[in-house]
Design a protein around this ligand. Structure first.
Ligand code: CA
Length: 726
């Protein structure tokens, strides 16, 4: 039977979920477990054909990636990024025999969002803090670990956790973009650095979380940081030498410095005021997809900086090329076409989500298309040669636009959702209808599988906004939105589901509701399987045609990344880089369904696999909280300051989502060091930077009192010490 749960709105997580959006305002640094060499793998036996990490990949191999069935050579498996594996050994008749072949601990509780690559028996994947791993894909044996040693203070610039979505491979090298803006080329055989390029101005709060792609012998990489105020761009580097080949800016800069291209001069006419002072945004932080048939690179661009349109560009304007798909010449970076999905973007509606290339028959014609399900809630099909809009229909509840006008290609905006003079609940909110979690397309079923979710968010322009360098700069009024209320008719439309979408008919075919908000990436296979890890801690396989649940296994941790399939020595594997984290976890959302850990782990499954995960350790004994001596007013002040500066990483109400420390559980030693941590920056090497520039000593004391109150609330009025376990 099809797995169906009640709507997510009924799970009691609505408040935390909506707050995940409401608190989407700050960067996050703290890390309880910085990258470290992982525990030994639990491979059942050594490989008889020990893998050698050579990354022997060239242009011809990448172009033929689809027929190279045993490998997963680039982010979405092939340049089309369909995430469709032609392997068929695991199918509906035998999937009940699927079991764990091996696992590998990544040594982190921070978010894991990578899609692994597999080249000739070697897996390359990444973890939090941009750490790269080479593993024997048959046994999970560690071949090498490369730690780019990202300064942990950079975590404060990562709006949505210190994540990384994977590597590219080419010519014996492995490429990774680091959180602090470097592009590193690593020797695939040894794990040693070959060359390194700084891709950003490190005096500005840029981050890289996306996977590089290799295109015609060049490595392309984008960046993030629009929540803080930067100007987005994509850069191409020579894959062999690291020399810069081209750079394409996604928004215009300061006109006084001259425009880099005539297209940016044209784009500047769609902006008003002094937008460049806040960076403008448009950061292309995930999808960069190459089309070898047309020699185009498609760039999915990000949201505006700041979010509030009237602050960013007073008087309006489309603000090109925010929230757009832009096609550039892959060899020169020259502009070719663009399609703007959300003109004058004002809701954090990035267009950075998976761009999937296919050929579809539409109205009796074969069309080469891009398919896209961005944050704004419409599913787009574009002709990828020209950018012509072929269809755009809502795939989740949407209230910011009634439809997309097919004549003009523009959304028909709902005037009531313009929020600059009032507060408005808008659907979808900033977590989007679909974010980075990769979707898949099965040519077998003709369906696109979208890990979707939607929740309302109270937008309100901050009338007192001033740009502060290096801090979140959204232009949102922290106290201006309508109160979050589970009875609100907008909140009641909250949903999260795996949606099977027919891109020809532009409509949903079936859906499976998630138990928890947040969703995992998707893989489709030629044997009609659909594979997904879930944030509630299950790894599941459905029948792709109708969503029938075929197999599932609890894996102890929430899973967000994209699964892959590959084969070694004739055995088909399905694998995923698992681990709970990201924006939902940071603000304190704990998945329903029983995933007890936020443990980063690579999991590989095969038919007959018999490896079991180690038992979940019992919770560590807690020190009793100190006595509460502060006044109720001080605790209330502490609650307010906590909400302003701390909740984004340590959770709403001081309830951690699992990937960062739960501050109700501070040890006696941590309580004693509280001021030196919060004001003195004594744990900056773990990412907990000093907040002395925004938090006064009196406020730090108030926050401390609030946390003691929360700890005592949790453990009852007497707060008896927890007896130590033997
Ligand atoms: Ca954003």
């Amino acid at each position: 039977m099809v797995l169906r749960s009640g709507p997510v709105a009924a799970t009691g997580l609505v408040g935390g979920w909506a707050l995940a959006g409401a608190l989407f305002i700050a960067g996050c640094g703290p890390s309880p477990s910085p990258g470290k060499a992982a525990a030994p793998a639990a491979g059942p036996s050594p490989s008889t054909n020990a893998a050698a990490a050579r990354a022997n990949v060239d242009a011809a191999r990448l172009l033929a990636a689809d027929v190279d069935q045993q490998n997963w050579l680039t982010h979405g498996r092939t340049y089309s990024e369909q995430r469709f594996s032609p392997l068929k050994s695991i199918d509906e008749s035998n999937v009940f025999r699927l079991g764990l072949a091996w696992y590998y601990d990544l040594g982190t509780t921070r978010g894991v969002e990578a899609t692994p690559l597999v080249v000739d028996g070697v897996m390359y994947t990444t973890s939090a803090w941009s750490i790269v791993y080479a593993l024997d894909a048959k046994t999970g044996k560690e071949l090498w670990v490369y730690d780019p040693k990202v300064p942990k203070r950079w975590g404060q610039y990562a709006c949505c956790d210190v994540v990384n979505r994977g590597v590219a491979v080419w010519g014996g090298k492995v490429y990774v973009g680091t959180l602090d803006g470097r592009l590193d080329a690593i020797d695939a055989a040894t794990g040693k650095l070959v060359w390194e390029k700084l891709t950003v101005d490190q005096s500005l709060p840029y981050t890289i979380t996306g996977a590089p792609r290799v295109v015609n012998g060049k490595v392309v990489i984008g960046n993030g940081g629009a929540e803080y105020g930067v100007r987005g761009y994509v850069t191409a580097y020579d894959a062999a030498t690291g020399d810069q080949v081209w750079r394409f800016y996604t928004v215009p800069g300061d006109p006084a410095k001259g425009f880099e291209t005539k297209e940016l001069e044209m784009a500047a006419k769609t902006w008003h005021g002094e937008w460049w002072k806040g960076g403008g945004g448009g950061t292309p932080w995930d999808a960069l997809v190459f089309d070898p048939e047309l020699d185009l690179l498609y760039i999915g661009t990000g949201n505006g900086a700041p979010w509030a349109r009237e602050i960013r560009s007073p008087g309006g304007g489309d603000n090109l090329f925010l929230s757009s798909i832009v096609a550039v010449n892959a060899d020169t970076g020259a502009y070719v076409w663009h399609y703007q999905e959300t003109p004058g973007e004002a809701w954090d509606y990035t267009a950075t989500q998976s761009l999937v290339l296919a050929t579809l028959e539409l109205d009796g014609r074969e069309r080469r298309v891009i398919m896209h399900a961005p944050k704004n809630g419409f599913f787009y099909v574009l002709d990828r040669a020209t950018g012509e809009l072929l269809s755009a229909e809502k795939f989740v509840p949407v209230n910011w636009a009634s439809r997309v006008d097919m004549k003009t290609g523009r959304p028909v905006e709902v005037p009531e959702t313009v929020y600059h003079e009032k507060s408005v609940m808008v659907l979808p909110g900033p977590l989007g209808a679909h974010s980075w979690n990769p979707m898949a397309y099965s040519p077998l079923t003709g369906l696109v599988y979208i890990p979707a979710h939607s929740s309302g968010y109270p937008y309100s322009t901050d009338p007192l906004f001033e740009h502060v360098e290096g801090r979140p700069n959204l232009g949102m009024n922290p106290n201006g939105g309508p109160p979050l209320n589970a009875q609100d008719p907008i909140i009641s439309t909250n949903m999260a589901a795996l949606i099977a979408w027919d891109p020809r008919a532009a409509k949903e075919v079936w859906r499976i509701d998630y138990l928890s908000p947040g969703s995992g990436g998707v893989l489709a296979t030629a044997s009609n399987l659909l594979v997904e890890g879930l944030v509630d801690g299950r790894f599941v396989i459905y029948r792709a045609t109708d969503g029938k649940l075929l197999w599932q296994m609890p894996v102890q941790t929430g899973v967000m990344g994209g699964p892959i399939s590959y084969s070694v020595d004739g055995d088909q594997y399905i694998a995923v880089s698992a681990g709970w984290g990201g924006i939902n976890s940071l603000v304190g959302v704990r998945p329903q369904g029983g995933a007890p850990l936020a443990q980063g782990r690579v999991l590989a499954f095969k038919l007959g696999g018999t490896v079991t995960l180690p038992p979940v350790p019992p919770p560590a004994p807690l020190d009793p909280p100190p006595p509460l001596t502060a006044s109720a007013d001080t605790v209330a002040r502490g609650s307010f300051v906590y909400g302003q500066h701390c909740a984004i990483c340590h959770g709403v109400g001081a309830v951690s989502g699992g990937s960062t420390p739960d501050l109700r559980h501070m040890s006696s030693a941590t309580h004693a060091e509280f001021d030196s941590i919060v004001l003195g920056g004594s744990r900056a090497d773990r990412g907990m930077v000093s907040f002395s520039d925004v938090v006064t000593p009196a406020d730090a004391e108030a926050v401390h009192a609030y946390l003691i109150k929360r700890a005592r609330d949790e453990r009852g009025p007497q707060s008896p010490p927890t007896p130590p376990t033997p």
